[in-house]
Design a protein around this ligand. Structure first.
Ligand code: NAP
Ligand code: GDD
Length: 329
């Protein structure tokens, strides 16, 4: 049974990747950082099937010790400060975790077992103010947030360690991907949670920022399969993972409200305080290389995903009562 190590296992992608790897017969070990309150909701259903070990991307020695103890064949580095607005508020922390944390991971691999296969969670946010459209692996980066800048560092240090030390290190340039497990602060989940609350009579409006921004949104469950496929190739490489279809935030809002027979214009208020200091206006990915070399294709389309998320939020709120926290950003 090969061992896979996942950093960021408590996050959206970590939970889907853990399920996927268990299904393929892996022993799955997740890294979680110490917190005063344990937050394992996304992997609660995997209790007993996965192991969790404490370490932090900010602590080099903790990562070396994990590698020595677990002896993984594959390492998926999904841990990051991943919320763009927070990166404007906490740019240094974002750089330490999302950028330098990647070097800590690569150094831990070099120091313990350089045959480990490594996946780095790169991001379409690196394309930022896009130079060409659609974006491919060859499109130059122009990040528009401290998060995007940090991800560029993580991307290039992964390429550099591959070329300098012959590591099997891949970078997946993933476009936005969502699910019912998405953090409540990201726009897709904020909208689907808002629609659920309005449908249940718990709220009557939703505050949003820039409705004109456009993204290439896919389903997280489809995207983690691509991460695994990248580590099964003869040679390490970088891949864009995207649907090739772009929608605006307004499209997202309209589809989510219409799913419950609601007119979004009666419930959405725009709030200038939610507009970012610098915006990424549109992202559209061309995943032709992943189609050809990995045989990867997305299965869930945008409308299906948004409707799935609205239904899941209504189900959750109905089950839990009205106690869940409302996102504010
Ligand atoms: P997420 O839900 O925000 O999860 C981030 C994970 O990182 C959490 O498990 C978090 O742990 C962990 N983490 C944060 N700081 C850490 C530290 N110092 N040490 C150890 N772990 C730490 O993110 P996601 O949506 O699953 O995304 C996974 C990765 O893909 C991230 O690197 C993200 O930047 C990248 N990415 C995401 C998308 C997307 O659309 N979802 C697109 C492109 C790239 P806690 O639970 O303790 O906070
Ligand atoms: N979060 C949020 N909240 N975004 C809003 C809101 C709001 O109230 N109103 C409008 N938006 C717009 C943002 O300005 C942005 O243009 C778009 O919705 C998407 O925002 P997010 O869902 O927060 O995602 P993101 O694109 O900034 O970043 C996500 O995708 C990246 C990949 O491109 C994150 O998952 C990153 O970690 C990831 O790398």
């Amino acid at each position: 049974m090969p061992t896979a190590l996942i950093t960021g296992i408590t996050g959206q992608d970590g939970s889907y990747l853990a399920e996927t790897l268990l299904g393929k017969g892996y022993r799955v070990v997740g890294v979680a950082r110490r917190s005063s309150t344990e937050k394992f909701e996304r992997v609660e259903h995997l209790q007993g099937a996965i192991e969790i070990i404490q370490a932090d991307l900010l602590d080099q020695m903790s990562l070396i010790n994990v590698m020595k103890r677990i002896q993984p064949k594959e390492v998926y580095n999904l841990a990051a400060q991943s919320f763009v607005p927070t990166s404007f508020e906490q740019p240094v922390l974002t750089a330490q975790v999302t950028a330098v944390g990647v070097t800590h991971m690569l150094e831990a691999i070099r120091a313990t077992d350089p045959t480990i296969r490594f996946y780095q969670a790169s991001s379409s946010e690196m394309f930022g103010k896009v130079r060409t459209s659609p974006q491919t692996e060859d499109t130059p980066f122009y990040p528009r947030s401290p998060y995007g800048v940090a991800k560029c560092y993580g991307h290039w240090i992964t390429v550099n360690y591959r070329e300098s030390y012959d590591l099997y290190a891949c970078s997946g340039i993933l476009f936005n991907h969502e699910s019912p497990r998405r953090g409540l602060e990201f726009v897709s989940r904020k909208v689907t949670d808002g629609v659920a609350r309005i449908t249940l009579g718990e709220a009557d409006h939703l505050r949003l920022g820039n409705l004109r921004a456009q993204r290439d949104w896919g389903f997280a469950g489809d995207y983690v399969e691509a991460m695994w496929r990248m580590l099964q190739q003869d040679e390490p490489d970088d891949y864009v993972i995207a649907t090739g279809v772009m929608h605006s935030v307004e499209d997202l809002v309209r589809i989510a409200f219409a799913h419950k027979g609601l007119d979004w214009k009666l419930h959405v208020k725009t709030d200038q305080s939610l507009v970012r200091p610098a915006e990424v206006d549109h992202l559209l990915g061309d995943a032709a290389k992943a189609h050809e070399k990995l045989g990867w294709r997305p299965k869930v389309n945008f409308e299906e995903m948004i409707e799935m998320m609205v239904d899941a939020d209504i189900e959750r709120l109905t089950r839990n009562g009205k106690t869940s926290v409302t996102p504010t950003t």
